[in-house]
Design a protein around this ligand. Structure first.
Ligand SMILES: Cc1ncc(COP(=O)(O)O)c(C=O)c1O
Length: 363
């Protein structure tokens, strides 16, 4: 029997709908890692892969852009937000933003940053609500805002258009705030909106981006991209201090290069988005199912009868997003297949039919 360390401990045929984080790495990313192996190169980013990545990132984000590879999306956010704010300043973000709800308090704990939640509809905040929060926060007993963090695509699978982003960055800059974009799924938004990455970031006035790659098919790689140099003071030092500078950064850069140098970022995100659209179309008319958010990227949010949901969760991985409303999130990835979606949609129809008395349809 082979040693456990060289055996598969999971069924590679299984694909659920819990998260794009549940997917493996894209084979081209693994090939890029193998190609970057062997021999000695400079450490901590002084290597040819990181240098090549700097060129590629300038191509995507504009000639001023600077890239700092990191190990996780949370790491990118924490490093970026520290660099964008002074030590007494707070950061506004949508209520329910990943940075506030799902990062274990890392911005507060590691960065010492207070977060201020803004009202959000389908995950999106407005310039007026940002301004109201900035005015409130300016009172002497409060923590003044230093920056706003937007999420693109949002936690609820929606996108800010370039115009919406520009309106927010204009207001933020007028208020003296800097703008961070949590782009864990920026690539999905760019594909959905038919934009390049620059249109949603540099050209829309964003200062610093947390650029996600892991959810797009990397093994373990994200980056902080500074779109407007001079806005993120000390970022290099903060990356090390916040445990996000890998000694073998060549492997982080190689993953990012595999996705961003050619079209892999786009084809992978387009596929993930298309799988969510396929799922939404297949369940939209199932009695008992109601899709609750616009389906723009690779997530479908829905409510369905609680018993059907429970039975489905015994067979398929997905998250109950909101226990009070029963809203679920079904997320697709670069490696979701048509047949995975079709099998799941048929199961949704069959389980809902049991609870609603409807005949399982042709989902
Ligand atoms: C919107 C968003 N931002 C940031 C992150 C953080 O990424 P990580 O889990 O790699 O720290 C996630 C992870 O799911 C996310 O969904």
């Amino acid at each position: 029997m082979p040693a456990v360390t060289t055996s598969r401990l999971h069924d590679p045929a299984v694909r659920g709908f819990a998260s794009d984080n549940a997917a493996g790495a894209h084979p081209e990313v693994l090939a890029a890692l193998a190609a970057a192996n062997d021999g000695h190169v400079g450490s901590y980013g002084a290597d040819p892969y990181t240098a090549a990545l700097a060129d590629v990132v300038r191509r995507h984000f504009g000639p001023q852009a600077q890239v700092h590879p990191v190990l996780s999306g949370t790491g990118a956010n924490v490093v970026a937000l520290q660099a964008l704010t002074r030590r007494w300043e707070a950061v506004a973000c949508a209520r329910g933003a990943h940075v506030d709800d799902d990062e274990g308090g890392a911005p507060e704990h590691v960065g010492g940053i207070k977060l201020v939640g803004l009202p959000a509809v389908d995950g999106k905040v407005t310039p007026d609500d940002l301004e109201a929060a900035a005015v409130r926060a300016a009172a002497p007993m409060r923590a003044p805002l230093g920056a706003v963090s937007l999420t693109q695509s949002t936690e609820l699978g929606t996108c800010y258009t370039p115009e919406e982003t520009a309106a927010l960055t204009r207001r933020a800059h007028d208020l003296g705030l800097r703008v961070h974009l949590d782009g864990a799924r920026l690539v999905n938004a760019a594909v959905a909106l038919g934009c390049d990455l620059r249109a949603l970031t540099t050209d829309a006035g964003v200062d610093v981006v947390s650029l996600g790659a892991t959810k797009n098919g990397a093994l373990l790689a994200d980056a902080v991209v500074v779109c407007r140099p001079g806005t993120a003071e000390g970022l290099e030092r903060l990356r090390k201090q916040s445990l996000q500078l890998a000694s073998k950064t060549r492997f982080v850069a190689a993953q990012l290069l595999a996705l961003l140098d050619g079209d892999l970022w786009r084809t992978s995100a387009a596929h993930a988005n298309a799988m969510a659209a396929r799922l939404a179309a297949a369940v939209a008319d199932v009695p008992g199912v109601r899709i609750t958010r616009p389906v723009q990227v690779n997530a479908v949010f829905a409510v369905l009868p609680a018993p059907a949901r429970a039975r489905l969760q015994e067979r398929f991985a997905f998250h109950l997003w909101d226990a009070t409303t029963g809203e679920v999130r079904w997320m697709t990835a670069f490696d979701t297949r048509d047949e995975d979606v079709d099998r799941f949609a048929a199961a949704v129809a069959a389980e809902c039919a049991q609870d609603t008395g409807a005949r399982a349809g042709a989902a």
